[in-house]
Write a protein that binds this ligand. Structure first.
Ligand SMILES: [Ca+2]
Ligand SMILES: [Ca+2]
Ligand SMILES: [Ca+2]
Ligand SMILES: [Zn+2]
Length: 462
C-alpha cells in the first residue's frame, strides 16, 4: 500500500491577509447555496425482482440487449435576461458554462434577443427497469441557480423522457428575471456487452450491472457508456462537513472533463448501500478535535460503504485534523485506492480561516482524490508514478492541484504565490492518466509483480 501525504499549497507563512482578500473572490454563486434536488426516486428498491427481468436482458445486468435503453439529456439552449450581464447557471450543482480554463466562466446575455447556447446540463440512463411498465413516462426535477454579480435567483425545471421543449423564467432580485430555454432529447442504446454483466466498457470501475443498480436511483449516476465517479462523504463531527461550495466545485471540475461525479453527502444520496454523514469509529462518536488516520477511515468504510459500493465508491472522511503529522498534514490518501481523509478547515497557526477560503477544502479534497486515481505530485510524476509519467513541461507544482508546498520549501514567497495561483485542476496528461477503475481494490497490480505494456513503456521513458 502506498501512502501519500497531501498538502496542497495553502500554507502561507506571510501574507495571511492577502489570502483572506483573494479568498473572497470565490465564485459568488456558490455562497448563495445550491440545494440538491429532492429526489423522490431515491426510495426505489434497488434489486430487480427476478420474475420481471426482461427476456432481452440475457446477461441480467439491467441493460437491454436491443437498442431499447434510453439516455435522456436535458439541454439548456438559450437564455434571455431583462438586464444585460455576464451570467452563470448552476444546474444540480454543476456550474455552466463549462470551461477547461476556469471554474467561474460566464456567458454574456442581453435583453431583446435570445443568447443561444448548447449545454447538456443533466442526463439519465434508463434500462430494463424502466421498460417493464410499457415505456412509462418518467419525470425528474433539476435545481437551477442563475447569477450575475450582485444578483442571484433560483428555480426548478421538471423534465421527462420525452423529446420536448420548454422555457422557465427565474426572478432575479425585485425587478429583473431571466428566461431559460430547455430542450430534452431521448436517444436509445443497446447493452454495450450483452453477454457480460461484469463488463466495464467505459473503464470507470463500475461493472455494467452496478451501473444499472446506480442508474435505478435516477439521480444521474450510472451509465454503461459514460465515466462515473462515486464519492461517499463522511465527517467525524458536523462542524467538519463538506461545504456546498466544495460540492459544486468538485462536480464542475470533473464534469468539464467528461466525468460525472456523484457526491453523496446525505443519506438519500447513498445509493442504498452507503451512509454518508456523521461517521463513528467502532460505534463511538469521535471527539470534535480528533486527528483521523487513514486506517481509521478504512475501518469506518466497513460500516458505512456496503455491498458492491465497497468496491466501486471512494470514501472521504473529513476531520478537524489528520494523523499522522496532525500539525502539518492536510490529508492522506491511498495511492491508488478508494479511501482518503481530509482536514476540513484551513488554518494558519492558531487561526481558523474556515473550509472555503481560497477554495481550500475543495482543492485539498481534489488533491487527495487525485492520489486515489493514481496521480502523483507533479515533481514526482515520473516512471515511478503508478498511473504513468507526465511530460517535463507539466512537472510544475504551480500548474496543478496536485502540487504541494514541499515543492516550494524554504521560500515563503514562492509558497504564497503558488498557493494562490494553483488551479483546481489536474494537468492535461494527469487527466489522461486518471484511472477510475482503480477504485476496485483488486484492479490495481503493481507493475513489478505483473509486467505489462505499461511497465515496458515506463522503462523506455526513463
Ligand atoms: Ca444486458
Ligand atoms: Ca462502467
Ligand atoms: Ca459509467
Ligand atoms: Zn499529495
Amino acid at each position: 500500500m502506498y501512502l501519500c501525504t497531501g498538502e496542497p499549497a495553502f500554507m502561507s507563512h506571510l501574507g495571511q491577509r492577502l489570502v483572506t482578500i483573494l479568498g473572497l473572490s470565490i465564485l459568488a454563486v456558490a455562497a448563495g447555496g445550491c440545494r440538491p434536488a429532492e429526489k423522490e426516486a431515491a426510495q426505489q428498491e434497488i434489486e430487480l425482482p427476478p420474475q420481471v427481468q426482461p427476456v432481452n436482458d440475457a446477461d441480467g445486468d439491467g441493460w437491454l440487449s436491443d437498442k431499447a435503453n434510453q439516455r435522456v439529456t436535458l439541454r439548456l439552449v438559450g437564455l434571455e435576461p431583462t438586464r444585460p450581464g455576464d451570467y452563470a447557471v448552476v444546474v444540480d450543482e454543476v456550474r455552466f458554462p463549462l470551461s477547461k480554463d476556469s471554474l467561474d466562466a460566464t456567458v454574456r446575455a442581453e435583453p431583446g434577443k435570445t443568447q443561444v447556447v448548447d449545454w447538456p446540463v443533466a442526463d439519465r440512463a434508463l434500462g430494463a427497469w424502466a421498460q417493464n411498465t410499457d415505456d412509462a413516462k418518467r419525470e425528474w426535477k433539476s435545481t437551477i441557480v442563475v447569477s450575475q454579480p450582485g444578483m442571484i435567483g433560483t428555480g426548478t425545471v421538471a423534465w421527462t423522457n420525452r423529446d420536448d421543449k420548454q422555457s422557465i423564467t427565474i426572478p432575479l432580485g425585485e425587478k429583473d428575471s431571466i428566461r431559460l430555454d430547455f430542450q430534452t432529447e431521448v436517444e436509445t442504446f443497446a447493452d454495450p456487452d450483452p453477454a457480460d454483466r461484469n463488463a466495464d466498457r467505459d473503464a470507470d470501475g463500475l461493472l455494467d450491472w452496478e451501473e444499472a443498480q446506480c442508474a435505478q436511483f435516477e439521480t444521474g449516476v450510472g451509465d454503461p457508456q459514460r465515466r462515473d465517479l462515486i464519492l461517499v462523504v463522511g465527517y467525524t463531527d458536523r462542524y467538519w462537513q463538506m461545504t456546498d461550495l466544495t460540492r459544486m466545485l468538485l462536480r464542475t471540475a470533473f464534469r468539464r472533463r467528461g466525468i460525472h461525479l456523484h457526491v453523496a453527502t446525505k443519506r438519500k444520496e447513498g445509493l442504498g448501500l452507503s451512509f454518508p454523514g456523521l461517521m463513528q469509529l467502532d460505534g463511538q462518536t469521535l471527539r470534535r478535535e480528533h486527528a483521523l488516520s487513514l486506517d481509521e477511515a478504512r475501518l469506518m468504510r466497513k460500516d458505512y460503504v456496503k455491498g458492491f459500493l465497497a468496491n466501486a465508491a471512494h470514501l472521504v472522511v473529513l476531520a478537524n485534523r489528520v494523523a499522522p503529522d496532525p500539525e502539518t498534514s492536510w490529508g492522506w490518501a491511498e495511492f491508488p485506492g478508494n479511501t482518503l481523509v481530509v482536514r476540513s478547515h484551513f488554518s494558519v497557526l492558531e487561526l481558523n480561516l474556515g473550509p472555503d477560503i481560497h477554495q481550500y477544502q475543495a482543492k485539498d479534497l481534489m488533491h487527495e482524490l487525485g492520489h486515489n486515481l493514481g496521480l502523483g505530485h507533479p515533481t514526482q510524476s515520473d516512471a515511478r508514478c503508478p498511473s504513468g509519467p507526465i511530460p517535463e513541461s507539466e512537472r510544475n507544482p504551480a500548474a496543478s492541484v496536485m502540487g504541494t508546498p514541499k515543492s516550494d520549501r524554504g521560500n515563503p514567497l514562492a509558497v504564497l504565490k503558488n498557493a494562490l495561483a494553483r488551479p483546481m485542476d489536474y494537468s492535461p496528461t494527469q487527466w489522461r492518466n486518471v484511472r477510475l477503475d482503480w477504485v476496485r481494490p483488486d484492479s490495481y497490480k503493481p507493475a513489478k509483480k505483473k509486467p505489462g505494456k505499461r511497465e515496458t513503456k515506463k522503462r523506455e521513458g526513463q
